[in-house]
Design a protein around this ligand. Structure first.
Ligand SMILES: Nc1ncnc2c1ncn2[C@@H]1O[C@H](COP(=O)(O)OP(=O)(O)O)[C@@H](O)[C@H]1O
Ligand SMILES: [Mg+2]
Length: 349
């Protein structure tokens, strides 16, 4: 190597290392703790290790070595990972939100079952029933609420040195990782840590007084979901499933997870239950039959409702206005309102 390569160049190259499975890079996600370089071309990179998943760590390490050696010609790279003290979970205690009366989580055993769609519509439905509502998108790696609520370029505004105001849309207070993964993010948010982002969302958002905070949890029943469920003082969980057997099995796992953290199950929403032919009105059971019902009775949980497959549900989600708002007279909207009514009815005063 003839010329020393500066730290900024190295940082910029590391900014092209994507976190496995996600669109965001390791710098944006705050994983990069330190970079050093000597004139001789010895580079030291220290990462904050936010996962125990060795596969993920190996992939990150490979990518780092790849960009540094192929793009910058740096071969003497010492990579260190600093294990984070678990910031989440029992150790730090639960986050209790002053001013929020009920915190409810929307969860699912697997992704793609319509969890975020259900969370968004329940939030809007609760609002329509006259409650004040916040919505926390805790799906750090796959945030969808900015899209579902069509918030465009809106960003949380700083309230003071560490706190920020949620983005308000359709009368709902929103916080989502999507607001922070851009260059328009408020400066008070420096390198959000994957592991503590949700905790920060909870604590550092100026929620004000509200009846409900709906939390859209990431899909799955792994450690991340468990720690999240533990650290948010939840009043109840709603489990979303499709009628398929596999989805139901995953949902049963999700129910067991909430039992483990002593969080009551408010009920099950069976999504994509049937396809109603827009022309003839005939119902077709695309994803199988009765899964939600069966699970509800086996697990002693109530079936809050069944939402059929409607093109309009997806279209309104993509357009940035949940169907409950976009078309309140739609059968799906009525079903969501009914689900919201049942949820509200189960809350202690
Ligand atoms: N009942 C439904 N009918 C039609 N499309 C739906 C329905 N529920 C969800 N979708 C669509 O399916 C996709 C996945 O839904 P989403 O809520 O993002 O799932 P998850 O949060 O579980 O990954 C989205 O495009 C959404 O609009
Ligand atoms: Mg989602």
């Amino acid at each position: 190597m003839s010329k020393a390569i500066g730290i900024d160049t190295i940082r910029a190259a590391l900014g092209r290392v994507k976190y496995p499975g996600y669109a965001a890079d390791i710098v944006t996600l705050g994983m990069l703790e330190d970079v050093s370089a000597t004139p001789e071309g010895n580079v030291g990179v220290t990462l904050r290790q936010a996962t125990e998943n060795e596969d993920v760590l190996r992939q990150v390490a490979q990518q780092i070595h790849h960009v540094l050696s192929h793009e910058l010609g740096l071969d003497r790279v010492e990579l260190k990972a600093r294990r984070l003290e678990p910031e989440l979970g029992e150790k730090t205690g639960r986050v209790h939100l002053e001013g929020t009366r009920h915190v409810i989580a929307v969860a699912s055993g697997k992704g793609g079952v319509g969890k975020s769609t259900v969370a968004a519509n329940i939030a809007v439905a609760l609002r329509q029933l006259g409650f004040s509502v916040g919505l926390l998108d805790a799906d750090i790696y796959g945030p969808s609420m900015a899209m579902m609520f069509g918030t465009g370029d809106a960003r949380p505004k700083a309230a003071d040195k560490t706190r920020f105001h949620p983005v308000e849309q359709y009368g709902i207070r929103l916080i989502s990782m999507a607001f922070f993964l851009t260059d328009k993010a408020p400066v008070i948010w420096r390198g959000p840590m994957v592991m503590s982002a949700v905790r920060q969302f909870l604590k550092e958002t100026v929620w004000g007084m509200q009846d409900f905070l709906v939390v859209d949890l990431p899909p799955g029943t792994g450690d991340a979901q468990l720690t999240l469920a533990q650290q948010v003082a939840l009043d109840g969980a709603i489990i979303v499933t499709t009628p398929q057997d596999v989805a139901v099995l995953d949902a049963v796992r999700a129910i067991k997870m909430f039992h483990q953290v002593h969080c009551p199950i408010l009920g099950i929403v069976e999504n994509m239950s049937v396809f109603v032919c827009p022309d003839c009105g005939e119902e077709e059971e695309i994803f199988g039959r009765g899964g939600g019902e069966r699970m509800a009775s086996e697990e002693g949980a109530r079936l809050l409702g069944r939402i059929p497959i409607y093109g309009e549900i997806r279209e309104s989600g993509d357009r940035g206005m949940p169907i409950v708002l976009a078309n309140p007279g739609h059968p799906a909207s009525k079903a969501f309102i009914e689900i919201a009514r049942q949820i509200a009815g189960q809350m202690p005063d």
